[in-house]
Write a protein that binds this ligand. Structure first.
Ligand code: PLP
Length: 386
């Protein structure tokens, strides 16, 4: 069969590809340490598992509302309001199959062919491919390590044209671990106020996972209320990647309706049992999130200490999420170093080229401290033998 051109153009996710290679090597008996995947290694907290089991027992097995369960939407709005000046209600929330689908729906709903989307890089692998599917034009802006990989107001202003429709920004960031400070956001918002045609999609999926800094939300800026889409979900902070629940929040009712029409034609609604579990995650005690955050913080300290001892690794200490993104250009390109480390050290990571920055590699530290120590020992040894 002939594949449609828009799908032919679509790149495969490099992190998923690497996970598949990792699995293949393990099946051949190779002891590979996987640092390529962006998912917590912890189990889903007990009270959330229990909510899922109760949902099964209580026959949450029927179709539900397209926008998601009212209880979950209300709870998602309530959690967002704890860190917002914009006040959200259940009506402003659309629950989807993971944050990934929420982002996809948002892009499909506002991007027309030829519309420009500003995408600061390094950034998560899927954004640009989603924009391509919508036939939008991706305008990449390379952020710099000396700016902590954050977009500067000057860079933003220069990138905006009459065709700019959307700024897509992720804080805390995957893959760099950078977190925009209040002052940095103040300055970006000041520029955005001059360009009312530019909407903002703020991917804040890692917001609970920050280390020594505050994850300031774009929803702190009421002046953006009618053109701001905030993305969040349960995958990362509640160790629920497989439940596939995420959402968008937006005060523009017409936009949310558009996204709901699209979702209604695609999937009807997210899985009901998973929504009940996510509702328990949102409504229950947040101690489990703090416990996991502390574990990630300890691992971050450890990996930074060990990475600093590796000649040729240059990095900015991450402030959020669970990735280290060293610049390895003194050793080789990101692609070359990743390949070398997989073959020689049996450590799987992802090349920065997947995130729009071929000078770097991404190491996920969502693995045990023992694995981090062993992986960094192997990397150091393999690189010293080049
Ligand atoms: N946004 C970012 C920045 C991510 O890193 C990921 C997952 O890797 C997602 C969104 C998607 O999350 P979900 O599992 O909720 O689809």
């Amino acid at each position: 069969m002939k594949i449609a051109e828009r799908i032919e153009r679509l790149a495969e996710s490099q992190s998923l590809q690497m996970a598949a290679r990792c699995q293949q090597m393990r099946e051949q008996g190779v002891d590979v340490i996987g640092m390529s995947l962006g998912e917590p290694d912890m189990d889903t907290p007990q009270h959330i598992q229990q909510a899922a089991q109760e949902a099964v027992a209580n026959h949450w097995s029927h179709y539900g509302p397209v926008r998601g369960l009212p209880g979950l939407r209300e709870a998602a709005a309530m959690r967002q309001n704890e860190r917002s000046k914009i006040v959200y209600t259940a009506n402003d929330v659309l629950v989807s199959v993971g944050a990934k689908m929420a982002i996809y729906n948002a892009i499909q709903t506002i991007i027309n062919p030829g519309d420009e989307v500003i995408l600061p890089t390094p950034c998560w692998v899927s954004y640009s491919e989603m924009v391509k599917v919508a036939e939008g034009r991706v305008v990449n802006i390379a952020t710099r390590m000396e700016d902590q990989y954050c977009l500067t107001p000057d860079q933003l202003r220069k990138a905006i044209t009459p065709k700019t429709r959307l700024l897509l920004l992720c804080t805390p960031n995957n893959p760099t671990g950078s977190v925009y400070s209040r002052q940095q956001l103040d300055e970006l918002v000041a520029v955005l106020e001059e360009y009312p045609q530019v909407a903002v999609l703020a991917d804040e999926i890692y917001s609970p996972l920050v280390y020594g800094v505050e994850a300031v939300s774009f929803a702190q800026y009421p002046q953006l209320a009618d053109r701001l889409i905030v993305i969040n979900g349960v995958s990362k902070a509640y160790a629920m990647t497989g439940y596939r629940i995420g959402w968008m929040l937006c005060k523009d009712a017409k936009f949310i309706s558009g996204c709901a029409r699209l979702q209604g034609q695609q999937i009807t609604c997210a899985t009901m049992v998973a929504q009940k579990a996510a509702e328990a995650a949102m409504k229950g005690s947040q101690d489990c999130v703090e416990d996991m955050r502390k574990v990630f913080e300890e691992r971050k300290e450890l990996i930074c200490k060990l990475a600093a001892e590796i000649p040729g690794f240059k990095f900015d200490e991450p402030k959020g999420a669970f990735y280290l993104f060293p610049n390895v250009s003194a050793i080789g390109s990101g692609d070359q170093v990743v390949e070398y480390l997989l073959e020689k050290a049996h450590v799987a990571c992802v090349s920065g080229s997947a995130f729009g920055c071929d000078d770097c590699i991404r190491l996920s530290y969502a693995i045990s401290t023992e694995q981090i120590k062993e992986a960094m020992r192997r990397i150091k040894e393999a690189l010293s033998q080049r």
